[in-house]
Design a protein around this ligand. Structure first.
Ligand code: ZN
Ligand code: ZN
Length: 195
């Protein structure tokens, strides 16, 4: 699909022009890059016959997105991309197409409510050339919190204990054991896996 190749080229070019990841300068540099991505997204929509949607669509870089790679708001026809994606240019294309699929799916469905990653979205992904796309909006890199995918909780004080690995032994909340059991292990405060 020639459009995709072009998109990739554009985003690589943008990445090369980027300043070092300093939040202050990033805020200035981002809007000029946004225009190219927007033009590309509009061109793709036009190629799929969604001309009206193409003219309304906007794409912005939004530094307030944290672990989320992108976001699509159909009501305002706005796609937001995480500026951190410029560290990994191929992810710009993928994220843009993923979010574009959300917009396109809802556009085609009209007023009918659809599931965010349901059959309509899946169909749009196929049309956009990303048939194997996953339902994940998170950044695929460099977010250390993401590595800690096991979340444990103390059933007593409700404190969170994010962990990289599954806890194999019996582990209890130290604070609660200290406060209520003289610092000795107490099964009442044993951490529970919640995610
Ligand atoms: Zn999605
Ligand atoms: Zn506790």
């Amino acid at each position: 699909m020639p459009l995709l190749r072009q998109l990739e080229f554009i985003s690589v070019g943008q990445a090369l022009r980027l300043p070092p990841p300093d939040p202050a300068t990033e805020a200035v540099a981002v809007p000029s890059r946004g225009l190219d991505v927007e033009a590309t997204a509009r061109e793709i929509l036009r190629s799929l016959g969604a001309t009206k949607l193409a003219s309304e669509l906007r794409v912005e870089w939004n530094a307030r997105l944290k672990t989320c790679a992108g976001r699509a708001d159909y009501r305002s026809k706005l796609i937001s991309l995480n500026p951190q994606l410029v560290h990994n240019p191929s992810e710009i294309d993928r994220t843009l197409l993923h979010e574009l699929a959300h917009i396109l799916a809802q556009f085609r469905a009209g007023r009918r409510r659809i599931l965010p990653h349901g059959t309509e979205w899946r169909q749009a992904c196929c049309d956009l050339g990303i048939a194997d796309e996953k339902c994940c909006h998170n950044l695929p890199f460099r977010v250390s919190e993401r590595a800690r995918r096991y979340l444990y909780k103390c059933p007593h004080c409700q404190r969170d204990f994010p962990r990289v690995r599954r806890i194999k032994r019996a582990v209890a909340c130290l604070t609660c054991c200290c406060v209520h059991n003289g610092g000795e292990f107490d099964a009442r405060f044993r951490l529970r896996l919640v995610r």
